[in-house]
Design a protein around this ligand. Structure first.
Ligand SMILES: [Mn+2]
Length: 230
């Protein structure tokens, strides 16, 4: 009889890579890039990552902006850069969208992306988690697309207004006017592809590092969430 590892008793039912943060010096978590290679390059230059540093991306590396292939190549060839899967990577994998410029190495990289990257008291996912349910009950699809537990719209209520960890969740997917820093949530999608900023959270110094970005798509103001005004 072949014994396969059961996931039921070993944590959440979504795919997860666990890392040991003590292995790294500086650690950053970075918001949605969406093919904005220039902004990515500027941010990485600003962070000055050394061999012992790490940056984890919240997914949505691709689509909407002009240089998805360059973004993927940069991330997959840099040992200091890791990413979770976003809903836009999932759309490519599911055949719901296509980017003809991607090559076989890009596709293998997309397939390899976990839904979550976790450490002792932190969790990086693209969308978020439903505050009304235990983490272990979430599927890959749940954490990829969570915005409001009641739907995918921008009308709220948003999951991150009700969530009380642990773990602290680092997320993108919902475009924010400003990065969000609360005890249990760090929101990082500041809409670089819409002319906002590309944002990193510096875990060691507990501060944001943002670079401004050229916009490639228009977005109505109502779809930038202004957390302070709600
Ligand atoms: Mn996105």
């Amino acid at each position: 009889m072949i014994h396969t590892a059961s996931r039921t008793n070993e944590g959440p039912s979504f795919s997860r890579r666990v890392i040991d943060l003590e292995r790294y010096e500086d650690v950053y978590v970075v918001g949605d890039v969406h093919g904005c290679y220039e902004a990515l390059d500027t941010l990485l230059s600003t962070l000055e990552l050394g061999e012992d540093d790490l940056a984890v991306f919240v997914g949505d590396l691709v689509r909407k902006g002009p240089e998805s292939a360059a973004v993927l190549e940069r991330i997959r060839t840099s040992p200091q850069l890791l990413s979770v899967r976003g809903n836009n990577e999932q759309k490519l994998l599911d055949g719901e969208a296509s980017l003809p410029e991607l090559d076989e190495a890009d596709r293998e990289f997309l397939t390899s992306l976990p839904t979550a990257i976790a450490w002792e008291d932190g969790l990086v996912v693209h969308g978020g988690v439903d505050p009304s349910r235990p983490l272990g009950t979430h599927s890959d699809g749940d954490v990829l697309t969570m915005r409001s537990p009641d739907g995918d719209g921008y009308d709220g209520p948003f999951w991150f207004d009700a969530y009380e960890g642990p773990p602290r969740v680092f997320f993108g997917h919902t475009v924010l006017e400003e990065p969000l820093e609360r005890e249990w949530v760090i929101g990082l999608d500041t809409g670089c592809v819409y002319g906002g900023a590309l944002t990193a959270y510096d875990l060691r110094r507990e501060r944001f590092v943002s670079v401004s970005a050229d916009g490639y798509q228009n977005r109505p103001d109502a779809k930038f969430v202004d957390v302070e005004k709600r």
